[in-house]
Design a binder for this molecule. Structure first.
Ligand SMILES: *Cc1c(COP(=O)(O)O)cnc(C)c1O
Length: 382
């Protein structure tokens, strides 16, 4: 199986040296737009590409307002802050995620609570969330959701759309409503993924997208906060740009702000990448289809989008239940210059988060041992 996989990937990519997991592709207007920023000298915090990039993301996702930030982690930080998450709170998320989700919480003085993921989406499981809340939480007289044994406030739920596969949003939203919790989507990996026809990141009160170099499209480094409410969007813009009150020459800042604005240079790259996003997504879907038929023949489990969703297939993945066989797959493919990767170590096993509260994590533990990510760069003919 491994030998035929190697042959299949080489044949698919027609590359004889290293085949990366996910490489950026620049063959549109990237250079032209970057040159424009340099020629105009507007490479930094002022320039037309930031607004243009935000407009493009609003148009594509349907979000009321999108605010560009320096990276996805910063976007998460602002999203949580805007949702009213405060120092000392607990926030529920999944243990199967990239560390950025938890880092954003950690630096706000907030502790993550880990709840299991669902086999359907690989993201936060609504049933597990409900079970954990029923066992561990109460709503107090003022309507706040309180963790019974520590007395701490539970303020938000942060599901993450793993590898671009949308979580079960309707069910999660119902649980959140019942328990007075704000839903914030970590949509860092899911630009181009839709839940029942609507773009991910438009269900939570706020959500975060990432444009890091390995994501579907990239701005070098960058992120975006999506807001459901336009007024909120204006405040996000204000907060991420040092909370400066507009004035022809005076410096007055009406609250502690962040300096999270995406430089015009990066936004220029983003504008060019948005022009080819549709093509990238179509090519990623073709690649996923061809992986699926390849693995079907071999009786291996290729992870497909949930039936309610259209996934961007950011990272293609397979499940190999037998751990030693899984590890051999990683070993042999990597030594043959084909980049494959295990999924992230569960967050509750990292030193910073090992003492955090956790529910039953059986599915997360099983997936951590069996998941493999496959080369997923869309194949674009130049
Ligand atoms: C990429 C990513 C982020 C944010 O990444 P940045 O590198 O800060 O842009 C956050 N959460 C998840 C799950 C991610 O994959």
């Amino acid at each position: 199986m491994i030998e035929s996989f190697i042959e299949f990937v080489r044949d698919t990519y027609k590359i004889s040296d290293l085949i990366p997991l996910h490489a950026p592709t620049f063959n549109g207007n990237e250079k032209a737009y970057l040159n424009q920023t340099i020629d105009s000298t507007f490479v930094s915090s002022v320039g037309k590409f930031v607004d243009e990039f935000e407009n493009k993301i609003e148009g594509f996702t349907g979000a009321s307002k999108a605010v560009a930030t320096v990276n996805g982690t910063a976007a998460l930080n602002v999203a949580l802050h805007m949702a009213g998450v405060e120092r000392g709170d607990l926030v529920i998320t999944q243990a199967l995620t990239f560390v950025a989700t938890c880092n954003a919480l950690y630096h706000m003085g907030v502790e993550p609570v880990f709840v299991d993921v669902s086999k359907i989406s690989l993201g936060l499981c609504p049933a597990s969330l409900e079970v954990w809340l029923n066992d561990n939480a109460d709503i107090n007289d003022s309507g706040k959701c309180i963790h019974k044994s520590t007395g701490k406030r539970l303020s938000a739920v942060v599901p993450m759309h793993t590898f671009g596969h949308p979580v079960e949003l309707d069910e999660l939203l119902l649980v959140c409503e019942k328990w007075n919790l704000v839903l914030i989507e970590d949509a860092a990996e899911s630009l181009g993924s839709f839940y029942k026809g609507r773009h991910t990141g438009t269900f939570g009160k706020f959500s975060a997208i990432s444009f890091n170099g390995n994501k579907v499209i990239t701005t070098g480094g960058g992120g975006m906060v999506l807001c459901r409410d336009e007024q909120d969007g204006k405040r996000v813009k204000h907060l991420t740009t040092t909370a400066k009150v507009p004035h022809p020459y005076e410096f007055y800042h009406d609250e502690p702000g962040f300096n999270y604005r995406l430089p015009n240079l990066n936004a220029a790259l983003g504008c060019a990448q948005m022009e080819v996003l549709g093509e990238f997504l179509a090519k990623k879907r073709l690649l996923a289809d061809s992986y699926r038929s390849f693995f079907n023949k071999l009786d291996a489990t290729f992870v497909v989008e949930p039936e309610y969703a259209k996934s961007n297939y950011w990272l293609n993945s397979i499940i190999i239940e037998d751990k030693s066989e899984r590890d051999r797959f990683l070993e042999v493919t990597n030594s043959n210059n084909i980049m494959t990767r295990p999924v992230w170590k569960l967050m509750n096993t990292l030193p910073a988060f090992s003492n955090c509260i956790q529910g039953n994590l059986d599915m997360s533990i099983s997936l951590e041992k069996s998941l493999i990510n496959l080369p997923s760069t869309p194949i674009i003919k130049v």
